[in-house]
Design a protein around this ligand. Structure first.
Ligand SMILES: [Zn+2]
Length: 98
């Protein structure tokens, strides 16, 4: 399973067309909430471990600046606020879709 087409729709949804013709659409706040990187998953603030890390976009919009394909199994999503350590495997992306 590989993406044939990846696009950000109005900074609201990530749309992926897969090579089996199925489609996935994920709203961006959901995608950001589901960031699988260690920082987001452990909830640690990289500046100060005693403070809770808030990776999410409280009061801000989750917007995508760039997307890179990693190997042939995942997407690396670069958020406009500078966060870019999340590697989203294709199966995981599919599971997040609506
Ligand atoms: Zn993250």
């Amino acid at each position: 399973m590989n993406p044939v087409k990846i696009k950000v729709e109005d900074q609201k949804f990530l749309y992926i067309l897969w090579d089996d013709n199925s489609e996935t659409r994920i709203d961006l706040p959901t995608l950001r909430d589901a960031c699988p990187c260690a920082e987001c998953q452990t909830g640690k603030n990289p500046q100060n471990e005693n403070l809770p890390f808030k990776p999410l976009t409280l009061g801000k919009k989750a917007e995508i600046a760039d997307i890179k394909v990693v190997g042939n199994y995942a997407l690396n999503i670069f958020w406009k606020d500078g966060h870019h350590t999340g590697i989203y495997e294709y199966g995981y992306l599919k599971s997040l879709g609506m």
